[in-house]
Design a protein around this ligand. Structure first.
Ligand code: GAL
Length: 715
């Protein structure tokens, strides 16, 4: 059917309503993944525009599932005047999660989310830096709707007049499980069958992918591997990041670098904010007079083992050297007087990428912070409108969905050519982003939302940085920094404060150079936290290798690992880091922290006290401790504290035994290149020796990790 038939005339609505729902046509895909085609999809979708290939061989390593977890007859679609409409089933007691980097909610059953790209969500409506049309169910499967439109997901709260209205089936177990959810979910008929309704604007059809479990973890793994596998950071990406004041001069940045080293505050990455450019809104991509000799500055910082990360956004100022070349390959609206590169086309990607390679990366820049690539409809009203047109054929709505992704790809092409890894920051992303070496961040600053985002990002193959800036008081700073240390990217973003926040948390006083009395104590507290991050790097790196190779996110909401325990279904303020560490961050003002430990035995990271799981605890939370628990059976490697990851001492380990249990740990060594071999090193505790051993494959040439101390924790 053509669109015109539906688009015109007073009967169009009635005709559309008569269109019978149809089943999708099944198309071949990969093991454990089913694809259904409805109507005629748009040519530009996340799958059709993908940069990274599917990680096929890793998909084949997952458990074989031969039956689609949703009955294909229950997935229906129909064309309407408004675009395309899909309907998927939900079972009684089924919970769904995901839909991207949602700040304000976690368990999505019962909500409506419109997946618009937006930096300043005014309410919990689905607007996000990284909306992703993928959800995962606690019944062990995932659903991906392959669209670059602002799709609306009605997650189980709509009932059609012609839906069967029989009384709820007798399922006492489901009723009992749902009854354990917090009060705010009661109204959504969680215990009944329902549907997810998805409306995709404009499109005349869409592909839907179903990812098998059997549990949530595997469904997410399959989605991440379908995306291309998880991104693997260089080790330095897991160290501590400090972004200098936006207006800092070359000398001030060098003084900061010296200060961090002389004060023994570990740091691997120094970020430069807008002031490095001669024009920054829009961007000139050329050094400002603040940096009279950027080469010298980069050489000096690199010699101190700092990796330099440059802030920018893509809106290209007329003074940018490649402005004229880019103009034919940009959109028809300006942003901040600059061009909007058409990153959906290879020409714009090449022009922007080549310039960055030749002028910045070749000079010693290790990576970028790709800012402002989202949109703003509620507070500052910037960015290109949805009515924009781009030479590649995209409109503004599609381009907003793609802009962050394709911007990341543009930069990644540089590092792929150089066969090196980068690690960066990005403010917008979308579907299939897992392989992209970028971590999301925001200008928003609600600490609880930042914690929830760590848990939420895990469902969709995204990474999130709950960065620290200024703070309300010392308690706020410490609590925020604790969260950051146990997060995908550990960063202080001092872009609007001249001095480190530990010297003065208050923005105005900080910028006036008025340091708090006794700031040295705060510096010591923060130093200790940053040191803890350095100790965790070997453990974290292995969690990232697992993400890279098998698609399992390094940070995960509890429900992903414990989907059968209804107590975990709504927990959005705790998460797992790797397989063995549970983190329950605390926000300012909390004197007791109510937290849940799932089944099994756990050990308090700080006291080594053993605690049985499957219970809620009201923990005392002294300011110097973020609640962290280690699963029984873990061998936790802790690295020697170094000032940066280039110091070989990062490979010297103390291994703590939290037994009894499997007492194996897997670590990884490699040459740090983009795709060099990764060696697996195994640590094993030998009970009778009260110590352990390290083994690596006999053909391994890398000899990095060594254990200097085996520690038995009390039980
Ligand atoms: C914001 C960004 C901040 C900082 C600032 C500089 O858009 O979120 O982290 O970089 O720009 O102007």
């Amino acid at each position: 059917m053509t669109r015109r038939r539906f688009g015109a005339g007073i009967f169009a609505g009635a005709m559309a309503a008569q269109t019978p729902p149809s089943r999708g046509e099944q198309r071949p895909t990969y093991p454990g993944i089913w694809r259904f085609r409805f109507g005629t999809p748009e040519p530009q979708t996340p799958v059709s525009a993908r940069h990274y290939p599917v990680a096929e061989s890793a998909l084949r390593d997952l458990a074989v599932v031969t039956k689609c977890p949703i009955s294909p007859s229950e997935i229906t679609g129909r064309r309407s005047r408004r675009g395309y409409h899909l309907r998927l089933p939900l079972e009684p007691g089924e919970m769904i999660y995901g839909l991207g980097l949602q700040f304000q909610s976690f368990l999505q059953r019962g909500s409506k989310k419109t997946l618009r790209v937006n930096a300043d969500p005014a309410a919990d409506l689905g607007d996000s830096h990284a909306p992703v049309p993928f959800y995962v169910s606690n019944h062990g499967y995932g659903v991906f709707v392959d669209t670059a439109r602002y799709a609306a997901f009605y997650c189980g709260d709509k009932v059609r007049v012609d839906d069967p209205h029989e009384p709820p089936p007798e399922q006492p177990e489901v009723m009992a499980a749902v009854a354990q959810l917090p009060k705010q979910f009661e109204r959504y008929h969680m215990a009944k069958s329902s549907h997810v309704e998805v409306e995709i604007p404009v499109a005349a059809g869409v592909d839907v992918y179903i990812f098998a479990g059997p549990q949530m973890r595997e469904a997410v793994q399959r989605y991440v591997l379908f995306s291309g596998g998880g991104a693997l950071p260089p080790r330095w990406g897991l160290g501590f990041w400090y972004r200098a004041y936006g207006g800092a001069t070359q000398d001030e940045v060098i003084a900061l670098a010296d200060e961090l080293r002389s004060q023994n505050i570990p740091c691997d990455v120094l970020g430069l904010e807008p002031g490095w450019q001669s024009h920054s809104y829009s961007c000139s991509f050329t050094w400002s007079s603040n940096f009279p000799d950027p080469r010298k500055a980069l050489d000096k910082l690199n010699a101190q083992n700092y990796h330099v990360n440059l802030w920018e956004h893509a809106f290209t100022n007329p003074t940018a050297p490649f402005y004229a070349d880019l103009k034919p390959y940009s959109g028809d609206y300006e942003v901040w007087d600059g061009l909007v590169p058409d990153f959906a086309g290879s020409q714009a990607r090449k022009i922007v990428g080549d310039y960055h390679d030749a002028n910045l990366v070749s000079a010693g820049v290790a990576g970028f912070k790709l800012d402002e690539c989202d949109n703003s409809d509620f507070t500052h009203y910037w960015s290109f409108p949805e009515i924009s047109k781009f030479p590649s054929g995209l409109d503004g709505e599609q381009m907003h969905c793609f802009f962050g992704l394709r911007y990341q790809d543009t930069m990644q092409a540089i590092f792929e050519r150089r066969k090196t890894r980068t690690w960066g920051l990005v403010r917008s992303s979308h579907a299939l982003a897992a392989p992209s070496p970028y971590t999301l961040y925001s200008d928003l600053y609600d600490h609880r939302e930042f914690i929830r985002a760590v848990a939420n990002a895990s469902f969709c193959g995204l990474l999130w940085c709950p960065e620290v800036r200024d703070a309300k008081d010392n308690e706020d700073l410490i609590r925020r920094l604790q969260t950051v240390i146990f997060s995908p990217l550990a960063m202080v973003n001092a872009w609007y404060i001249r001095n480190p926040p530990w010297k003065q948390v208050d923005r105005e006083a900080n910028n006036a150079g008025q340091f708090a009395a006794g700031w040295q104590d705060m510096e010591q507290t923060c130093r200790k936290l940053v040191e803890l991050r350095m100790q965790l790097i070997p453990y974290l790196y292995s969690a990232y290798v697992r993400y890279h190779q098998s698609g399992l996110p390094p940070f995960r909401a509890l429900v992903m690992d414990y989907p059968l325990d209804p107590q975990t279904w709504a927990i959005d303020d705790e998460y797992l880091m790797g397989d063995s560490v549970l983190v329950a961050p605390v926000v300012r003002g909390e004197k007791k922290r109510r937290l849940y430990l799932p089944e099994g035995d756990w050990f308090d990271f700080w006291t080594s006290a053993k605690i049985s799981g499957q219970q809620w605890l009201d923990n005392d939370v002294p300011l110097d401790r973020i609640p962290v628990f280690v699963k029984a059976g873990t061998l936790l490697p802790l690295a020697r504290v170094t000032q940066h990851t280039a110091d070989p001492a990062v490979f010297e380990l103390t291994v703590r035994r939290y037994g009894p249990g499997d007492l194996l740990a897997v670590l990884h060594e490699d040459d740090g290149s983009l795709s060099g071999p990764i060696t697996t090193v195994q640590l094993e505790w030998r009970e009778n020796e009260d110590a352990g051993s390290v083994s690596r494959p006999s053909n391994s040439t890398s000899m990095s990790y060594s254990v200097t101390r085996w520690e038995r924790t009390t039980e």
